[in-house]
Design a protein around this ligand. Structure first.
Ligand code: ZN
Ligand code: ZN
Length: 265
């Protein structure tokens, strides 16, 4: 297999959320993989059990990064978050003041995220737990999930990456791919969950999204392990120019919304 040379890994979890690794361990693992950038992207606070304890945890990670960055001159350490989409209007579980502190913003749907209200909980979370009951419920769940993601993409111009599209929550892949393309949000190929499945990646590729291949590492051994994504790209013959974090892509400044003035005021 001809593996792709990567610039960075932009999705990892530290002990501040559900990772089993310190920020230092993530950075050291990324250095040993030869990466030039790595992002610490802990789960938003409202995903039960897996989330950061409080929104201010990101400020603690930021402080930590600024303290250790000079020890690792060969790599840029970025602060990110994997925020949770909470309801059908796309509300995230991070306030704008925290989002502004981040270098990159990932969003995704995760089970057991506290909804904004009982009605929101029914619309998103309960519908998803009923999807096994039959095609009517399944169809409603797919519509709700798709609507929630598209609403978030429309509402927050800061979003850089949609994590593992369709994992845990089934979606209409073509509609979501179009929204990603229009909003210039990177469509993630997630190596930890080996998700999305090949058929969905083919569909997204047909729409013309830009992909990012991330580890979603919770352990140091997984940081920078992007083999699954390399394999998919190779197998499907996806144009390397479509992979945002390929080595020749130039790093996060080439695609992050924060570095583009139209997204942040
Ligand atoms: Zn996730
Ligand atoms: Zn994650």
């Amino acid at each position: 297999m001809v593996s792709i040379n990567f610039y960075g890994d932009y999705h990892t979890h530290s002990r501040y959320s559900d990772g089993r690794q310190s920020v230092d361990a993530i950075v050291e693992a990324a250095v040993s993989r030869g990466l030039l950038e790595v992002a610490i992207t802990d789960h938003g606070p409202l995903a039960a059990v897996i989330g950061v304890k409080k929104p201010e945890s990101y400020l603690a990670v930021k402080e930590k990064i600024s303290r250790i960055q000079s020890r690792y001159p060969g790599i840029r350490i970025l602060l990110g978050a994997e925020a949770n989409i909470r309801d059908l209007s796309g509300t995230l579980d991070l306030e704008e003041d925290i989002i502004e502190e981040l270098d990159i913003l990932i969003v995704g749907l995760h089970p057991y995220t506290w909804p904004g209200s009982i009605q929101d909980g029914w619309n998103l979370m309960v519908r998803n737990s009923l999807r096994h009951l039959g095609s009517k419920f399944r169809k409603e769940a797919v519509e709700a999930n798709t609507k929630a993601i598209i609403a978030a993409l429309n509402r927050y111009p800061q979003i850089d990456i949609l994590s593992h599209p369709g994992l845990f929550f089934k979606i209409h892949i073509e509609e979501v791919a179009w929204a990603c393309k229009i909003k210039q949000v990177l469509f993630e190929i997630n190596c930890a969950h080996k998700y999305p499945p090949i058929s969905d990646i083919i569909e997204a590729n047909r729409v013309g999204v830009k992909f990012i291949i991330n580890s979603d590492a919770h352990f140091p051994e997984s940081v920078g392990n992007l083999d699954y994504g390399s394999w998919i790209v190779e197998k499907l013959g996806i144009n390397r120019e479509r992979i945002a974090n390929r080595r020749s892509g130039g790093g996060y400044k080439e695609w992050s919304k924060k570095t583009k003035d139209y997204a942040y005021s």
